[in-house]
Design a protein around this ligand. Structure first.
Ligand SMILES: C[S@@+](CC[C@H](N)C(=O)[O-])C[C@H]1O[C@@H](n2cnc3c(N)ncnc32)[C@H](O)[C@@H]1O
Length: 312
């Protein structure tokens, strides 16, 4: 038995662990970069607004932290307009570097300095946390064995208890978000000019679940969270605590953010089907992908947390 954070960390990142052995998220769950090119298009729009606000620096970064298979990095590189691409440095940060076009840099750790846009797309939810539970009025650490059987551990104390009181006071069971807060604050601090964006499933104080959200994913199915390395383990992110740890930031929904960046799921004009059926087909498919990205009950309900002092 060990505490959930240690078990979760080992299950994902120790040798032979789920991500450490090179499992690609695309084999197990669908994320927005896998839907199609539209998320990359929206991020390029954000990047070009930042570029304008920054006065067109000689080198403009796009840093994709927790890049998984690198689909988002590759799409941003491929779809960048030529004038921007000449100055664009795309970096995929991933423990297990994916194979990507040579123009995309791949590294296992975050760069020291970013001028442009740093994105953590479904990164924070993959950072392991301690799990705690209230028993007879006392909040206790939850321990777990390799089969997922849990036991009550010692009382929660110190910074973990402070975090719980500040961010999740009504919890019967909760994931302690401190490691995510720290990781996000560190990532944001590396952006010297531009913006940092976290996109994830999450919650904020007013809508915090009472019993946490720790779960597993395997081959497209949601499965029990067994920390044996066989599956992804994840829990929703306390977006407001990450925002505060990094000094503020704006939280909105993916649906609202994509609309603000110009994506629309409106169907093409019906007359187009008769005059240009291939274009009508392509535009209908695109509208369907945007509808998936903006569905409030699905990806559209994801949170966007944006930090930046030089936003247009
Ligand atoms: C849930 S996947 C998301 C993949 C991709 N961003 C997407 O949305 O499709 C999280 C990825 O983050 C990686 N990861 C987690 N912490 C990391 C870190 N500190 N540095 C580099 N990669 C990390 C994991 O290896 C995993 O591939």
């Amino acid at each position: 038995m060990r505490d959930w954070r240690q078990a979760w960390q080992a299950a994902l990142y120790s040798p032979g662990g789920f991500f450490a052995r090179g499992e690609r998220p695309s084999s197990h769950f669908r994320t927005s970069p896998l839907v199609g090119p539209e998320l990359a298009e929206a991020l390029l729009e954000l990047l070009s607004r930042l570029d304008f606000a920054l006065g067109g620096p000689a080198a403009l970064d796009f840093v994709d932290v927790g890049a998984g298979g690198g689909e988002l990095s590759a799409a941003v590189h491929d779809l960048a307009p030529p004038a921007l691409r000449r100055r664009l440095c795309v970096t995929a940060v991933e423990f297990q570097p994916p194979s990507l076009p040579a123009a995309v840099r791949v590294r296992p750790d975050l760069p020291e300095r970013v001028v442009g846009l740093l994105v953590g797309h479904e990164w924070l939810d993959s950072i392991p946390c301690q799990v705690v539970e209230v028993h007879s009025g006392q909040t206790r650490v939850v321990h777990v064995d390799d089969h997922g059987t849990e036991a009550v551990g010692p009382p929660v104390t110190g910074p973990a208890l402070d975090w719980l009181h500040r961010w999740w006071p009504e919890a019967e069971r909760a994931e302690i978000g401190l490691p995510r807060d720290e990781a996000w604050a560190d990532a944001v601090s590396r952006v010297r000019a531009g913006a940092a964006l976290a996109v994830d499933y999450g919650h904020v104080m007013a809508l915090r679940p009472r019993r946490g959200t720790l779960t597993g994913y395997l081959a497209g199915r949601q499965v029990p969270p067994v920390p044996d390395g066989s599956r992804d383990l994840t829990a929703h992110v306390a977006m407001d605590s990450c925002a505060a740890a990094a000094g503020g930031g704006v939280i909105t929904s993916q649906a609202a953010a994509l609309a603000a960046l110009g994506l629309s799921s409106a169907a093409p004009a019906s007359g187009l089907a008769a005059t240009d059926p291939l274009r009508w087909l392509a535009e209908t498919a695109r509208a369907g992908r945007i509808a998936e990205l903006t569905d409030p009950a699905g990806l559209g309900g994801f949170h966007w947390l944006l930090h930046g002092s030089m936003l247009p």
